[in-house]
Write a protein that binds this ligand. Structure first.
Ligand code: SAM
Length: 257
């Protein structure tokens, strides 16, 4: 890869990051859903070690931290998100218990059996659901929990347009029963699964993007990458509106045995 390509690539990533830093969340979810997932986990103590993997700017991490004790490390690939994450922690006066670090979910900086809880909302797809479950399990103590939200099919069949879209975007999308079976196979007791309500997509994810898109297009007028990014986000939203009965995000909560 030439230097020119590297700089174009970096520029695209910077632009994508800039777009998403304007949003409180970088994926579908809500504080209510974070708390519902937490309700399935046995109470933690002040010494608990928690990781939020693919934390983004920390929307869900701050909710989590306000409702459970222990030390939380947020990890994300993008330094820009981590800067905002740490500012967010300070704003909520959580900086002593909540720290963001830049890192890759494929090589996490934790020791074996160090963690009591692994949290990951809308992020495990970056490593793949099965691979993530298997690799991250080593880092959990026996009896520790994993709570992850993941794109899932609600039906065994679906229209070709949405099937093809997901096969291109994330071929590991699967039905809830298959994901639960993968969780069991990876050595977790499936404690709970639940579908994220529509408002996690509409009110908490797509609605805040409307104003951000207008502002972003003005700031980057004539920039084809920015225009393409906004076009893709709008297409994703229209596909969601059309096909939401066939897919969505599901929270999977498991306990390491
Ligand atoms: N958990 C946040 C939320 O629900 O708002 C963010 C979800 S966003 C859809 C996915 C996140 O995964 C992004 O913040 C992205 O930067 C991060 N990510 C992508 N690849 C990663 C990797 N290899 N290691 C760590 N984080 C990664």
């Amino acid at each position: 890869m030439s230097n020119e390509n590297i700089s174009i690539h970096d520029f695209d990533f910077n632009l994508i990051c800039e777009y998403f830093t304007n949003l409180e969340r970088q994926g579908p979810g809500s504080p209510e859903v974070t708390l519902k997932a937490l309700s399935f986990i046995e109470p933690l103590t002040d010494t608990a070690r928690i990781a939020d993997i693919g934390c983004g700017t920390g929307g869900q991490t701050m909710t989590l931290a306000q409702h459970c004790p222990g030390q939380i490390t947020g990890i994300d690939l993008f330094p820009l998100f981590i800067d905002l994450f740490n500012r967010n922690a300070a704003k909520h006066n959580l900086q002593d218990r909540v720290k963001g670090i830049t890192g890759d979910m494929a090589s996490l900086p934790f020791k074996e059996e160090e963690l009591d809880l692994i949290w990951s909302e809308g992020s495990i797809y970056n490593i793949g659901f099965e691979k993530g479950l298997n690799e991250w399990r080593k880092l959990l103590k026996r009896g520790g929990y994993i709570a992850i939200s993941e794109a899932s099919w609600f039906t065994v069949e679906r229209p070709a347009e949405i099937h093809d879209f997901w096969m291109d975007a994330y071929p590991e999308i699967d039905t809830v029963s298959h994901k639960v079976a993968q969780m069991e196979k990876a050595g977790y007791v499936p404690v709970a699964t639940f579908i994220l309500p529509e408002n996690c997509w509409t009110d908490h994810f797509y609605a805040p993007q409307v104003a951000v898109q207008e502002m972003f297009l003005q700031q980057h007028a004539g920039n084809p990458t920015a225009e393409m990014l906004v076009r893709e986000q709008r297409r994703e939203k229209s596909l969601y509106d059309k096909y939401k009965e066939y897919y969505g995000y599901v929270f999977y909560i498991g306990k390491k045995i």
